[in-house]
Ligand binder design. Sequence first.
Ligand SMILES: NC(=O)C1=CN([C@@H]2O[C@H](COP(=O)(O)OP(=O)(O)OC[C@H]3O[C@@H](n4cnc5c(N)ncnc54)[C@H](O)[C@@H]3O)[C@@H](O)[C@H]2O)C=CC1
Ligand SMILES: O=C(O)[C@@H]1CCC=N1
Length: 271
Amino acid sequence: MTRIAVIGGGRIGEALIAGLLEAGYAVRDLVVAEKFESRAAELASTFGVLTTTIAEASENADVIVLAVKPGDVDGALTEVAKTDLDGEREQLIVSLAAGVPTSKFESKLPAGFPVVRVMPNTPMLVGEGVSVLAPGKYAKTEHLELVRTILSTVGKVVTVKENQLDAVTAVSGSGPAYFFLVVEAMIDAGVGLGLTREVASALVVQTMVGSGAMLDRSDETPAELRYAVTSPGGTTAAAVRKLEENGLRAAFFDALDAAKARAAEMGVTAE
Ligand SMILES: NC(=O)C1=CN([C@@H]2O[C@H](COP(=O)(O)OP(=O)(O)OC[C@H]3O[C@@H](n4cnc5c(N)ncnc54)[C@H](O)[C@@H]3O)[C@@H](O)[C@H]2O)C=CC1
Ligand SMILES: O=C(O)[C@@H]1CCC=N1
């Protein structure tokens, strides 16, 4: 099997490790380099995964996944680049860092080294992620296919041109947070109407799970599914009117603009 080194065992690194293991990936083919010893020990005990230095992890891996914060990419990449990357093994770097362009990696790696940039999201923890791939200058079809094969075990995979990845980050990379915020708001509103938090949480969570399953399985658009809930002159119409009056749609347009702009900014500051 393809040997994968995960550099950075934080939230997304852990989601990837957990998702791969859950999907049946062999633990002996995974290795993690995590800066904080206590965090490395936690990952080793939770997943039984080998933890080591960046140098050792990178040298023995087919695919080196960088899952550190954009501001830590430079330091981690410097460590990776010190190892004997252009040995016999055909290796590939996969970056999960928001905003950081593939050119940044290519400039620090041996000439022609393949890089694939990916924007994943945390639902990959439960095999329901979406990973969006963009090839760097030297990544060939077989590199993209390898990354697609690995990430399709933890969810859906889409490929775009790199100039769309900041928009993708705003939509699906950060998307789970918007969803959780909406869930929180609905639970609070239910509590405001007199339901216990326990009941309100159970109702909202199952409403989201059920609605998500409908979106996944139905050929109807989200608008058509919404129309089916909205009786003329009824309760849903009254609620939707308030959401629109309060600028729900405009808030999402603004929010995603801000996320995209922030991704671009982080790419520049990581230079
Ligand atoms: N959290 C999310 O939902 C998503 C995060 N991302 C991207 O994934 C990357 C990681 O994000 P998170 O996991 O949320 O951050 P995090 O802060 O939870 O994890 C980063 C981990 O990298 C470790 N680290 C930093 N420098 C290191 C080094 N030189 N060697 C070894 N380990 C090192 C840190 O100790 C930390 O545990 C970021 O670039 C982010 O843009 C992408 C999509 C979604
Ligand atoms: O908030 C962030 O910067 C990262 C990138 C996408 C999701 N989380």
